[in-house]
Design a protein around this ligand. Structure first.
Ligand code: TXA
Ligand code: MG
Length: 305
């Protein structure tokens, strides 16, 4: 049925995934499950995360198994507040400045792991660095405070699929493979956190996301080096196939082909719209923030047609 027979109490594959309400009882239960080594979907302000105790390699292994994620991808460790995050890594001037400006919020900082770093090797994919983030929404921070340990959490989708922005997406991808999902409604930002590496005295943008490059530059006072694609990518945002719906996607289409669904932005329309099987406009007004909140759910909706 699955390849997890070796994990004791490994609920994946035979779990009935519970949907927990975002009230005090639901949050307490989600925290209890994570503290006992289980995997729980929970909302951050960006997308839903698939959370497990980052200090427990067996718990982290259950995330990789549920997602069917390639093991070379390291995970982000989520902390309840800045103070807790600062103890897990070594922050140079740039990292301290970015943490001060954007935490809590949709920014992930990759920094050298501190000597007391609790995040296990598996969550860090064996790297000497660690990815840290303090999410911006109260529900996630409440959950993290109750877990009182770093929580490793990739986006709560199966590997290669679109990131989830509501609990139904998580259930659709992972029902039966995780213990529970904490239902906090729609996420506010709708795209993932911006990932920035502050290593070896350099600052690099590894993945674009909820914090714009302009905001980072504004905070730092200097421009950012681009990441380069390597055989072993430093961030999967750089893999050739990443946010992939099941349907084939054409970018910058100027004319609709038979059978295609169309994802629009602003007022421009491709030729032959009458042939479209389905359509959705990310922001008729051409607003990028509005478009970002819609992107993943729109891809899923059109993919379903
Ligand atoms: O908004 C988000 O960031 C969501 C929510 C749940 O927090 N999480 C998320 O996680 O998108 P994930 O696992 O899908 O993406 C984590 C990103 C990947 O691009 C990964 O390679 C990068 O962070 N990353 C993690 N640790 C790293 C490290 N030590 N060095 C370089 N990149 C790292
Ligand atoms: Mg992801």
């Amino acid at each position: 049925m699955n390849d997890l027979g070796s994990i004791p109490d490994g609920g994946i594959g035979r779990d009935v995934t519970r949907r927990l309400r975002s009230d005090a009882e639901g949050v307490a239960e989600a925290a209890r499950l994570i503290r006992s080594g289980r995997v729980v979907g929970f909302p951050t302000e960006t997308v839903y995360g698939l959370g497990a105790d980052a200090t427990d390699a067996e718990a982290v292994a259950r995330i990789f198994a549920a997602k069917e994620r390639p093991h070379f991808n390291p995970l982000i460790a989520h902390l309840a507040d800045r103070e807790a995050a600062l103890t897990e890594g070594v922050f140079d001037d740039a990292a301290s400045r970015l943490a001060g400006a954007f935490w809590p919020g949709p920014l992930t900082l990759v920094v050298p792991a501190s000597s007391g770093c609790q995040v296990c090797d598996l969550a860090r994919a064996g790297l000497p660095s660690v990815a840290l983030r303090v999410p911006g929404n109260a529900l996630a921070r409440d959950l993290l405070a109750q877990v009182a340990r770093p929580v490793a959490a990739p986006s709560a989708n199966r590997s290669g699929r679109v990131s989830p922005t509501c609990a139904d997406h998580v259930v659709g991808d992972l029902a039966g493979r995780i213990a529970a999902v904490l239902d906090g409604g729609e996420t506010a930002v709708g795209v993932e956190s911006t990932v920035v590496a502050c290593l070896d005295g350099r600052v690099r943008l590894l993945r674009p996301g909820g914090i714009t490059r302009a905001a980072l530059v504004d905070c730092l006072g200097f421009t950012l080096a681009e990441a380069v694609e390597t055989a072993r990518p430093i961030g999967p945002g750089l893999l050739a196939s990443h946010y992939a719906p099941r349907a084939r996607v054409r970018l910058d289409a100027t004319a609709v082909r038979a059978g295609e669904a169309v994802l629009l932005f602003g007022s421009d329309e491709p030729q032959g719209m009458e042939a479209a099987r389905a359509q959705f406009n990310l922001s008729p007004a051409g607003d990028l923030t509005e478009a970002a909140t819609q992107l993943f759910s729109a891809l899923r909706r059109l993919d379903a047609t």
